[in-house]
Design a protein around this ligand. Structure first.
Ligand code: SF4
Ligand code: SF4
Length: 285
């Protein structure tokens, strides 16, 4: 078990050799999401994800709750008592109010802790740089569940054997050059699929436009390769702080300190062995 090298510069292109393709990903622009949930439905339908019981939570109009074994795309609805943009509501209309909507998904992290801790090799990095759980290899041990800094991975307990499930970035489609089902279904192009470099460029330009249009709190989340998980393969344009959407502000790869921990443990074990040997030899004199 070791922390992974950077997927963009080392491990993934080398392990796939000539078969490695440009890294592909998602850019989810939440500023144009209308909360229609077509992405959730398309994901379920294409991937044959079981129904998980629609429930209103009483504090939101959302009826699917969050990401889970049976919800690989989740559209959050956030209701805020504040104006949509800077300058709105300044003329005494008194009813400042806005909806934030955002379609969440597995982040396909550059340093993916889930992949790092999996003892069976069920979680792999594909030739497209995406992170996939192989359903026929997963044994349901669940080590990856607490390792994910975003709470994405989940065991399917009901009517299954406890294996873990999550977004595959529609690997069966993307390896054939097709667009993932959610991006294909989104009527507003809130979900965009493509080469990650291109998406990052597009997102930068879009952010400038959104800020110029008066959304002062807008920001990109997960596009920075220098963040705690080395950047996401599925990143976002948000209109407010990540916490507002239930996302961690500074996510860190949970296996980041493993090599250092193993080194410290080896040094401690070595010191202990020397101590025991010294005691034994001393006792014989
Ligand atoms: S978000 Fe979680 S499940 Fe997805 S790649 Fe990152 S660590 Fe793995
Ligand atoms: S399909 Fe597009 S617009 Fe509709 S909820 Fe999903 S991301 Fe939003």
């Amino acid at each position: 078990m070791s922390a992974q090298p950077n997927v963009e510069t080392e491990a993934w292109p080398q392990s796939y050799g000539d078969e490695a393709k440009p890294r592909m990903g998602f850019f989810t622009d939440t500023s144009v999401c209308i909360g229609c949930k077509a992405c959730e439905v398309a994901c379920k339908e294409w991937n044959q994800v079981p129904e998980d019981g629609l429930l209103f939570t009483a504090d939101s109009y959302d009826n699917t709750g969050g990401l889970g074994a049976n919800t690989w795309r989740h559209v959050a609805f956030i209701e805020q008592d504040r104006p949509l943009r800077v300058g709105d509501g300044e003329h005494g209309d008194g009813d400042a109010f806005r909806w934030l909507m955002s379609s969440d998904v597995c982040k396909h992290c550059t340093h993916s802790a889930c992949l790092d801790v999996c003892p069976t090799g069920a979680i792999i990095r594909t030739e497209l740089g995406t992170v996939v759980v192989q359903e026929d290899v997963c044994n349901g041990c669940g080590y990856c569940v607490p390792a994910c800094p975003f709470g994405v991975l989940d065991k399917r307990e009901i009517s299954d054997d406890g294996r873990v499930w999550k977004c595959t970035l529609c690997y069966d489609r993307t390896r054939e050059g097709m667009t993932p089902a959610c991006a294909q279904a989104c009527p507003t192009e809130s979900i965009q699929y493509g080469p990650l470099d291109e998406l990052r460029e597009r997102a930068g330009a879009r952010l400038d436009k959104v800020v110029a249009d008066g959304f002062a709190g807008a920001r990109l989340y997960g596009e920075d390769p220098n963040d705690g998980v080395g950047g996401f393969g599925a990143f976002f344009l948000l209109l407010d702080e990540p916490e507002v959407y239930g996302l961690p502000p500074n996510p860190v790869d949970t296996t980041h300190d493993l090599p250092e921990m193993w080194r410290s443990a080896a040094v401690a074990a070595g010191a202990l062995a020397v101590g025991v040997a010294a005691c034994l030899l001393g006792g014989r004199r």
